[in-house]
Design a protein around this ligand. Structure first.
Ligand SMILES: Nc1ncnc2c1ncn2[C@@H]1O[C@H](COP(=O)(O)OP(=O)(O)OP(=O)(O)O)[C@@H](O)[C@H]1O
Ligand SMILES: [Mg+2]
Length: 156
C-alpha cells in the first residue's frame, strides 16, 4: 500500500507542486503486503488527494499541508488517514458527500467518494470522515490484510 500511494503521488507530482501543498507521507517499515485491485485502490487515493488539494486553495500557503499516514490499525486491518488543512466539511456536505452526484465544486461530478466507498466495501474495508475540531478534513479508509500467498481470487 505504501508503494501504491507513493506511485500515485509521483504521478500527480506536478499537480501537487502547482497547489503549493506541503506533503508528508508516513509509512511504517513493517507494513504487510495487501492483496487488492491496484487500479481501484489508486482511484480511491487519487480522489482523496485531489479533494484535499482542492479544499486547500483558500488556505494560506504556509499552512497548506497534507499528511497521509498508513498504519496497521488491527492485526488484520490497514488504515490510511488523509488529513488536510482546508476549508473543512460543512454539515450539508457531511451528510451527503458519500451520495452519488453530491458536489460543491463547479466542475465536480460528485462521484469520487461514493465510488471509493463501493470499492472499499467490495474489498471488505470502509471509508469515513472524522469530525475534527481544528480546520480541515480527515478521511480514513481501511483495507483488510488477506493472508495466503498464491490465490488472490476467491472461489465463487
Ligand atoms: N477534503 C475535503 N475537504 C472539504 N470538503 C470535501 C473534502 N473531500 C470531499 N469534500 C466534499 O465532498 C464532496 C464530494 O466529494 P467527491 O470526491 O465525491 O466529489 P467531487 O470531488 O466534488 O467530484 P469528483 O470526485 O467526482 O470529481 C465535494 O464536492 C466536497 O464538497
Ligand atoms: Mg473528488
Amino acid at each position: 500500500l505504501g508503494k501504491l500511494i507513493r506511485e500515485v503521488l509521483a504521478r500527480i507530482e506536478p499537480e501537487i507542486r502547482h497547489s503549493g501543498v506541503q506533503l508528508e507521507l508516513v509509512v511504517p517499515d513493517d507494513l504487510p503486503t495487501l492483496s487488492a485491485d491496484q487500479f481501484q485502490i489508486e482511484q480511491v487515493v487519487l480522489n482523496l488527494v485531489r479533494n484535499a488539494l482542492e479544499a486547500m486553495t483558500d488556505t494560506a500557503p504556509e499552512v497548506r499541508q497534507l499528511v497521509i499516514r498508513i498504519n496497521q490499525s488491527r492485526p488484520d486491518m490497514i488504515e490510511v488517514a488523509v488529513v488536510d488543512r482546508g476549508r473543512g466539511i460543512n454539515r450539508e456536505a457531511e451528510a451527503r458527500m458519500f451520495d452519488p452526484f453530491f458536489s460543491t465544486k463547479p466542475l465536480g461530478l460528485g462521484m469520487g467518494l461514493p465510488i471509493s466507498r463501493s470499492i472499499l466495501e467490495w474489498h471488505g474495508g470502509q471509508i469515513w470522515s472524522d469530525r475534527k475540531t481544528d480546520c480541515g478534513a480527515c478521511f480514513r479508509f481501511t483495507l483488510p490484510i488477506t493472508h495466503g500467498e498464491a490465490s488472490d481470487v476467491d472461489d465463487g
